[in-house]
Design a protein around this ligand. Structure first.
Ligand SMILES: CC(C)(COP(=O)(O)OP(=O)(O)OC[C@H]1O[C@@H](n2cnc3c(N)ncnc32)[C@H](O)[C@@H]1OP(=O)(O)O)[C@@H](O)C(=O)NCCC(=O)NCCS
Length: 141
């Protein structure tokens, strides 16, 4: 299910890290021990996307590794809902900030994060080894 969702979103969002197989997606989502993924559904029970968080206790932060909304459900508030959920978990765990990276060309995501109070702290060249540069964004909570 997650792979079908990822494939549809990645097709519509070429700036995303392209994970072409189920195995690559699984490896990406579980590369850190403290990672958890939530499949997100709406009130009618339809899948709208998924969210993966990594708790980095040693750094005092929670990382949003993946936030994905299916094209047909974007701009309906689900992304905002997921980020509020991530920040709630971060606070509950006593983390001081929420972090994430995004492709510097993903203008929709950058606008979305900035609207939620995230700040670009640096640009990292070839972050995932796919030749693309990513911004590191952070919000103190
Ligand atoms: C980026 C993404 C997670 C946003 O989720 P979403 O559910 O579409 O966003 P929301 O409906 O919660 O919108 C929240 C705010 O973001 C902004 N926004 C979201 N999509 C936008 C768009 N396409 N154009 C302009 N603004 C947009 C709006 O300002 C909105 O604010 P509002 O509530 O005042 O209208 C979603 O577009 C997505 O999954 N994209 C593909 C995958 C991706 O790029 N993920 C992030 C990679 S790091």
């Amino acid at each position: 299910m997650l792979f079908l969702i990822e494939r549809e979103i990645a097709k519509a969002t070429p700036t995303l890290l392209q994970l072409g197989t189920k195995e690559k997606l699984l490896e990406f989502l579980t590369s850190e021990p403290e990672s958890h993924t939530w499949l997100w559904t709406n009130k009618n029970g339809a899948n709208v996307g998924y969210l993966t968080l990594i708790d980095k206790e040693e750094h005092g932060e929670l990382e949003v590794l993946a936030i994905r909304i299916l094209p047909g459900h974007q701009k309906s508030g689900y992304g905002k809902e997921m980020m509020a959920f991530a920040e709630k978990i971060a606070k509950k765990k006593g983390r001081a900030k929420v972090t994430l990276v995004t492709n510097i060309k993903n203008t929709i995501a950058i606008g979305f994060y900035k609207g939620l109070g995230y700040k670009v702290v640096k640009e990292i060249a070839n972050y995932f080894g796919d030749g693309e540069n990513r911004y590191l964004l952070v919000k103190e909570i």
